[in-house]
Design a protein around this ligand. Structure first.
Ligand SMILES: C[S@@+](CC[C@H](N)C(=O)[O-])C[C@H]1O[C@@H](n2cnc3c(N)ncnc32)[C@H](O)[C@@H]1O
Length: 291
């Protein structure tokens, strides 16, 4: 479940993409993490899927479950993601000339761990930020760094509410999807991407970071949590998909995007207290809306 996975300090740091993403224990690559025989057997033997009835319930209650997540954790769960400008040069474009204002959307913004470090760093940026948890959006609006001249937070289900109701069509330079697509049912990921496509400028870019195939979190799920291939439910009802780079590229290509970068980020997270060293796998990618 989200708490068990990410409130573990080591895992939380990794899930938040860590404070030093280019640390010596991190490397990027195009191949999947190799599994040990034991890990392979664990995944092979986990064949029983959650019943259709329960699967439908998780889908119907997805918004409620994320809202309850923020009710329990308020703003204390995810760490501020201060690494985004280091990892994604596109976010720094607005620093070069005053006229280069960057207009972006943080899709699935949670309580703003990604946007507030950006607003603090860059004056020349306007951020639309949406989430389908009303509570998360409220936390964003209450943050002392929130100011309507530089940011507009709104509630929206990326898979069904047309973003153009708030964000002008073809107006964005950048959209970020940071640990969000994994929370959406695979059958609906395409809808979310189509929605984002419409509000990006031609040449606009989606910056993506999320759980990669064979991440430690995937191996930790107990039997009875599997919803489908590479898709699991946590104890709190929130769900997580683990992306292979081929799967992700195919999703974006179907949505009309072109791949710029698509690679695994492999790192080991050390939990000193428990003496554990766990392999984390993320997928970090950039996709462009063709001009
Ligand atoms: C792991 S959090 C990531 C939050 C944020 N991007 C960050 O970097 O801290 C995933 C977020 O996705 C949101 N989410 C899940 N499904 C969504 C959907 N269909 N539409 C909009 N937001 C969604 C959840 O409410 C949650 O806040």
């Amino acid at each position: 479940m989200a708490e068990a996975e990410e409130s573990d300090p080591a895992a939380a740091a990794a899930a938040a993409a860590g404070s030093s993403p280019r640390s010596p224990r991190q490397c990027t690559g195009s191949s999947e993490r190799p599994l040990s025989e034991e890990e392979r057997e664990k995944l092979r033997s986990d064949r029983v899927l959650v019943s259709d009835f329960k699967q439908q319930k998780f889908e119907l209650e997805a918004q409620k479950n994320w809202d309850l997540f923020y009710k329990r954790n308020s703003t204390n769960f995810f760490k501020d993601r201060r690494w985004t400008t280091r990892e994604f040069d596109e976010l720094k474009a607005c620093r070069e000339f005053e006229a280069q204002k960057l207009v972006m959307l943080e899709a699935g913004c949670g309580v703003g761990n990604c946007i507030f470090p950006l607003l603090e760093e860059d004056l020349n940026i306007f951020i639309y930020a949406c989430d389908f948890s009303p509570r998360a959006v409220e936390f964003v609006k209450q943050n002392p760094l929130y100011c309507p001249e530089r940011c507009q937070a709104f509630q929206c289900d990326l898979t069904k509410d047309d973003l153009r109701a708030t964000v002008p069509e073809a107006s964005l330079d950048v959209a970020t999807l940071i640990f969000v697509l994994s929370a959406i049912h695979p059958d609906k990921m395409q809808q979310a991407l189509e929605n984002i496509y419409k509000v990006l400028k031609p040449g606009g870019i989606v910056l993506f970071r999320d759980y990669g195939l064979y991440d430690h979190a995937m191996l930790r799920f107990k039997s009875g949590s599997k919803l489908g291939e590479n898709f699991y439910v946590r104890q709190d009802g929130t769900r997580s998909f683990f992306f292979s780079k081929e799967y992700l590229a195919s999703l974006f290509h179907q949505g009309g995007f072109q791949t710029l970068v698509n690679e695994y980020v492999l790192r080991e997270t050390v939990n000193k207290k428990e003496g554990l060293c766990v392999p984390r796998v993320f997928l970090q990618s950039k996709f462009c809306k063709c001009e």
